[in-house]
Design a protein around this ligand. Structure first.
Ligand code: GCB
Length: 620
C-alpha cells in the first residue's frame, strides 16, 4: 500500500511511521486476511498480575526491564522466590477486557501483565507472527523473555514476528498492557465510553512463507459494471515474481509480474459479475497465489462515489438508513469482539430496516466488517480522534495516522465499508483542521476508492444550522451531530430548525437522540422515559423532511453502553442511556419508532424528502 504513494508523500508517511517506531519500540507488521491463514489460537485463560505501581516494569519509562515480570522467573538472583509468580496468579479470559471479568477491576486503569505458556513446533522455511486483534492501549510483548514488539493504539490489529524467538516445544509469552489515559494518546483523557483495558481481541500464531502476500486491493472500477482494478503486494519478492488472481465463479484467472517493489498490478473484466449491494450482498471467493504463498478471501465488488449532494452506490443514489453503535457486548456489557456479538448487533440494525451502521468511535473487530459484508450492511468506519486531541503533538499525530493506516489496511477490501471517518466532534481551530486535513490526505492515498467523512458539532444561529465547519472542505460527505431536544432546544420545536449547505455536499446526520431508561414510562415530556425518547426521534424525522441534501441518518445509539461520566443513580448508573435497546437487550419504544420510519423509507423514500427522490427513479 505504501507503494501507491507519490514520492513526497511516501517520504512524509515514512517519517510518520519512523516517529511511531521511535515512540513505540520494535515495529509491528499487519498481516491482512489472517482468517484465511494457518493459525494456532492462543485464546483462553492467561495468568494476570495487576501492577498499579509498575513494580514489574523497572525504572525506564520507555522500556520494560528484562529482569522484571517480562522474565517470568520463579527465583531471584539470591535463590529466593521472586515477589511475583504468574503460575500462581489468577487468570483472565482472552479475548476480553479485564474490567467486566472481575468486579475489583471494573474501574482499574493502568499496567496489567498477562502470561501464557504454549507448545509450538515451528515449521522449517516458514515465518511465524504473533497476531493480536487488538490490545488496549499499549502492548509490550515478550516471548521467552525477549522483547518482540511494542504497539500503541487500542483498537487495531498488529503482528509481531517471532520466527527467531520461538523454540521447538515449550514457550511463553508475556504482554505488558497499559491503558493509562494520557494527553498524547488517541483517544486522549476524556471519552464518553468505558476505557476497557486488556487483550480485547483474539491472539494467535500465524504462519506465512518467507515471501508472502502482505497486501492487496481488488476493486470495481468507477463507472464500470465488471472491470476490476487493483494490485497484489508480495513482501520480499524480487521483480518479475509471478502472481495470480482467480475468481472461480466468474471463470477468471489472471497473472501478472511484480515490479521492483513487489507489487503486481491487475486490471481485468469479469463478465457476469453481480455487484455487491445491501439488497444483494454478493461475495466472491478470490484466490491469490505468489510463489509458495496462497491466500483466499471473499470479496464483494461495488462502487461508491459522490455526485453533488448525493451518495451513489453502483452509480445510483441511495439513502443511508443507519444507526450509530458502540462495540459493547449485548446482554453482558464489556468490549464486543466475537462473531456472535457482530451478528446480534448488526442483526438489530437489519431488524430496524437499516442498511447502514456507524461503527463509532474506533475500529471494530474484523468480525464486524466481515459480518457486514455478508449481511449487506454499509459501514462508516472511524478512528478515535475524538473530542480534544493534542493537535500540536507529533506523537498524537503519529498515533492517529498509524491507527488510520492499520484500519484502512485491514479493511480496504470490504465491500461494506464505504466511508472512512477521520474524527468525531473536534472543537474548531486551525490546528485541529490541519491535523485532520493531513489525515484525509493519508486516507485518500492509502485508499482512493472510498469516501472520506468526519462527524462535527453543529453550531446554530437561532434555529438555523449553517454547515460551514472548515473541515468540510476536505471531506466527501459531511457528518453533523446535533442534539436538539436533549442538550438544547425544545422537542416540539425540532421541526422548526432549518439547515443550510453552503459547500453543496451530502449530509449524514451522524448523531441525534436522547436518553431513556428501559422500562421507565411517562408522558412525552418526562425526560428519560421511553415515550420522551421516541417522541424526540419522531420530531427529528419531521425536521429531516425539509433537508434536501440529507443522504443518511445515524441516530445515537443502537444499545446502551458503559460510560464513566454517566453517573446519575437510578437512571444512568454508569451507562449512557441513549440506546434504543438496553444493555440487557430490552427494546425501548425508540427502537420501534426508528424501525417504523426506516420501514416506510424503504418502501417509500419520498417520505423523507420529496424533491430528493423525485429527480430519479431512486433505489434506497
Ligand atoms: C456525542 C458524542 C458521543 C456521546 C454522545 C452523547 O456527541 O459524539 O460519543 O456519547 O454525544 O450521548 O452525549
Amino acid at each position: 500500500m505504501l507503494l501507491m504513494l507519490s514520492h513526497g508523500r511516501f517520504a512524509a508517511f515514512c517519517l510518520t511511521l519512523l516517529l511511531c517506531a521511535v515512540a513505540y519500540g520494535q515495529q509491528t507488521k499487519l498481516l491482512v486476511d489472517v482468517d484465511h491463514r494457518t493459525q494456532t489460537s492462543l485464546n483462553g485463560p492467561w495468568h494476570y498480575i495487576v501492577d498499579p505501581y509498575r513494580g514489574g516494569w523497572g525504572n525506564n519509562p520507555e522500556k520494560a526491564d528484562l529482569n522484571g515480570y517480562a522474565k517470568n522467573a520463579h527465583t531471584n538472583s539470591v535463590g529466593g522466590p521472586t515477589e511475583y509468580n504468574f503460575e500462581k496468579s489468577p487468570t483472565l479470559n482472552v479475548p476480553g477486557d479485564w474490567n467486566t471479568q472481575k468486579k475489583e477491576l471494573l474501574f482499574y486503569e493502568g499496567l496489567m501483565w498477562y502470561e501464557k505458556d504454549f507448545t509450538y513446533h515451528p515449521k522449517a522455511g516458514m515465518r511465524t507472527f504473533l497476531n493480536f486483534g487488538a490490545v488496549n492501549y499499549r502492548a509490550d510483548v515478550f516471548v521467552n523473555g525477549q522483547p518482540v514488539c511494542t504497539h500503541e493504539g487500542g483498537f487495531t490489529q498488529f503482528d509481531c514476528e517471532v520466527t527467531s524467538t520461538l523454540k521447538d516445544g515449550d514457550n511463553f509469552v508475556v504482554v505488558a498492557v497499559d491503558d493509562t489515559r494520557t494527553v498524547e494518546r488517541v483517544p486522549t483523557l476524556k471519552t464518553d465510553w468505558w476505557n476497557y483495558g486488556g487483550i480485547t481481541r483474539e491472539v494467535s500464531l500465524v504462519e506465512v512463507p518467507e515471501k508472502y502476500i502482505d497486501d492487496y486491493s481488488l476493486q470495481l472500477k468507477k463507472g464500470s459494471e465488471n472491470e476490476i482494478d487493483g494490485y497484489v503486494h508480495v513482501t520480499g519478492a524480487s521483480a518479475g515474481t509471478e502472481v495470480s488472481v482467480s475468481v472461480p465463479a466468474l471463470h477468471v484467472t489472471k497473472t501478472a509480474q511484480t515490479d521492483g517493489d513487489g507489487r503486481a498490478a491487475f486490471s481485468f473484466k469479469a463478465a457476469g459479475l453481480q455487484r455487491w449491494s445491501p439488497e444483494h450482498p454478493q461475495l466472491y471467493d478470490v484466490a491469490m497465489q505468489a510463489g509458495s504463498d496462497e491466500l483466499k478471501d471473499q470479496i464483494g465488488f461495488r462502487t461508491v462515489e459522490v455526485q453533488g449532494d448525493k451518495i451513489l452506490l453502483n452509480g445510483e443514489p441511495l439513502f443511508l438508513r443507519g444507526v450509530c453503535m458502540h462495540a459493547e457486548t449485548p446482554y453482558k456489557t464489556g468490549r464486543a469482539w466475537s462473531q456472535q456479538d457482530a451478528e446480534t448487533l448488526l442483526g438489530w440494525v437489519h431488524e430496524m430496516h437499516g442498511n447502514f451502521v456507524r461503527l463509532a468511535h474506533y475500529p471494530y473487530d474484523e468480525n464486524f466488517t466481515r459480518t457486514a459484508d455478508r449481511m449487506g450492511i454499509l459501514v462508516w468506519s472511524e478512528v478515535p480522534v475524538y473530542w480534544s486531541i493534542d493537535w500540536a503533538s507529533p506523537a498524537a499525530f503519529a498515533s492517529a495516522s498509524q491507527q488510520l493506516h492499520e484500519n484502512i489496511r485491514r479493511d480496504h477490501n470490504k465491500a461494506s465499508v464505504i466511508l472512512w471517518s477521520m474524527s468525531n466532534e473536534t472543537p474548531v481551530s486551525d490546528a485541529r483542521t490541519e491535523f485532520i486535513h493531513k489525515l484525509t490526505v493519508l486516507a485518500r492515498e492509502q485508499d482512493p476508492t472510498r469516501l472520506i467523512t468526519s462527524a462535527v458539532v453543529t453550531h446554530f444561529t437561532g434555529k438555523t444550522a449553517v454547515m460551514n465547519d472548515p473541515l468540510g472542505q476536505y471531506l466527501d460527505v459531511l457528518g453533523y451531530n446535533e442534539y436538539i431536544g436533549w442538550y438544547m432546544g425544545k422537542v416540539d420545536e425540532i421541526p422548526d430548525y432549518t439547515w443550510e449547505d453552503p459547500m453543496g455536499k451530502p449530509l449524514i446526520m451522524s448523531e441525534f437522540g436522547g436518553g431513556a431508561k428501559a422500562g421507565m414510562h411517562g408522558d412525552v415530556n418526562t425526560r428519560f422515559s421511553e415515550e420522551f425518547q421516541a417522541k424526540l426521534l419522531d420530531e427529528q424525522f419531521a425536521m429531516f423532511k425539509k433537508i434536501p441534501f440529507l443522504a443518511g441518518l445515524t441516530p445515537w445509539v443502537l444499545m446502551d453502553f458503559r460510560s464513566p461520566t454517566r453517573q446519575l443513580p437510578g437512571l444512568q448508573d454508569f451507562f449512557n442511556r441513549k440506546g434504543f435497546i438496553s444493555d440487557q437487550g430490552e427494546k425501548k419504544k425508540a427502537f420501534f419508532t426508528v424501525q417504523r420510519y426506516y420501514g416506510e423509507l424503504q418502501q417509500k423514500p419520498e417520505l423523507n424528502v420529496e424533491e430528493f427522490y423525485a429527480k430519479q427513479g431512486m433505489k434506497n
